[in-house]
Design a protein around this ligand. Structure first.
Ligand code: COA
Length: 251
């Protein structure tokens, strides 16, 4: 479900669970976190490239897993998703993403950690956290207002309004809109260009642009604490159950 390959010095990480629109499970988060963490110590990896499948980058966290957390009543401090979120915030190598189609929930918020994002014209960015009784995650409550200003971030994160590629580019978290056919070659070429730069100069420069990550890490932990509490709320349970019932075939 997560395929990790090398193309030269680029680590290509593909989300591949098309039957569920690439909804992310604990096992997938573990694999994603492992790939990002490996990049921090493996000098052979100079850039990460994150890709989905045609029409789906990801539909976000698997809602069945959310329901599992909600019913167990346990926190999610040690959950694979949290390992992945921390790996995103601690990633030392440039990340490029190619988004075709759905980018829901963490599929959008992870992009705020990426250095370059390519999107197809049919990409849709949506974070329905509030409709699920939840709060934003992945540091988005800090990074999105920084990128696009409070008003647009509110619309995206609190109202759950979908942004298309043009809006996402205008909001500053998509670099280029390219056709579905060109998406992966263009994103790979960008990752290769990054990987071809002098490695130490790239490491230092990216670290300067990212800046001090203390505030980001603290915000992320606060989000995780609230998100974890919200998962067990009546609002969240009702929303997860409604989705799972909707998904169940009639009869
Ligand atoms: N978690 C679990 N399963 C999911 C999923 C998710 N996040 N997103 C999609 N799926 C499943 C559907 O249940 C369905 O499974 P089934 O074929 O066994 O019934 C399959 O993937 C295809 O999805 P479907 O809803 O039929 O496709 P669609 O094109 O009509 O709609 C979405 C796609 C993504 C818009 C819709 O599935 C959706 O809203 N998913 C939830 C997104 C979400 O809220 N994510 C969490 C963000 S915090």
């Amino acid at each position: 479900m997560i395929e990790v390959q090398r193309d030269g010095a680029v680590q290509v990480v593909r989300l591949n669970r098309p039957s569920k629109k690439n909804a992310l499970t604990g096992e997938m988060y573990e694999a994603l976190a492992g790939a990002l963490e490996a990049g921090n110590t493996d000098e052979g990896i100079r850039a990460h490239l994150l890709l989905g499948v045609p029409g789906a980058f990801t539909s976000g966290n698997d809602i069945g897993d959310f329901l599992g957390f909600a019913m167990s009543g346990g926190g999610m401090q040690d959950a694979p998703v949290v390992r992945f979120l921390r790996a995103l915030a601690q990633c030392d190598k440039p990340m490029v993403a190619g988004v075709d189609g759905l980018a829901i929930g963490v599929g959008t918020t992870l992009l705020f950690h990426c250095d370059m994002v390519f999107a197809s014209p049919r990409a849709v960015f949506r974070t329905p956290f509030l409709d699920l009784g939840l709060v934003p995650e992945a540091g988005a409550s800090l990074l999105a207002p920084r990128a696009m200003g409070h008003a647009r971030a509110f619309e995206l994160l609190c109202l759950g309004e979908p942004f298309d590629s043009v809006q996402a580019k205008a909001a500053g978290f998509v670099n280029h809109i390219v056709s579905e056919e060109e998406l992966e070659p263009r994103a790979l070429a960008a990752a290769q260009a990054i990987a071809a730069k002098p490695a130490e100069a790239m490491r230092l420069s990216r670290a300067l642009l990212v800046g001090d990550r203390t505030e980001l890490r603290a915000r992320m932990e606060e989000e995780i604490r609230l998100f974890s509490e919200r998962l067990a709320s009546d609002e969240a349970r009702a929303a997860f159950t409604a989705f799972m019932d909707r998904a169940r075939p009639a009869g």
